[in-house]
Design a protein around this ligand. Sequence first.
Ligand code: SF4
Ligand code: SF4
Length: 120
Amino acid sequence: MGRAPLAVPAWVHHEGETVKHWRKPLDSDKYRPPQGRVHLIPDRCKGCGYCVEFCPKEVLEVSEEFNIKGYHIPRVKPETTCVACMLCERICPDFAIYIERVDDEEGEKAKGKGKKGAKA
Ligand code: SF4
Ligand code: SF4
């Protein structure tokens, strides 16, 4: 039996297609968007897939890995960039995922004031 369909907000659909990221500001070359590092607490996850489904940058995917409860946990896809929108953190029903802002950290490093941080 498959997973029940998720309630998808109207704005993610356009002419029957799912639209995840369809706008780009004209001055996007001038500003760097924020960046985040995804942290998962695997054994809290219940594999609902909300974070995977609703991430606007399609950063996450369901992995083959099981947690202690027997659920497949999400993981970060290679070659993707989390923009620290915090949506996954806010919608996770089990507080299993959180985001660390790393753009500030990178900025500090660039100024020679870098501090040691967690790895992605
Ligand atoms: S913070 Fe936003 S961009 Fe980053 S993984 Fe979560 S939903 Fe995706
Ligand atoms: S939203 Fe939370 S519980 Fe659901 S798959 Fe993502 S991390 Fe796991």
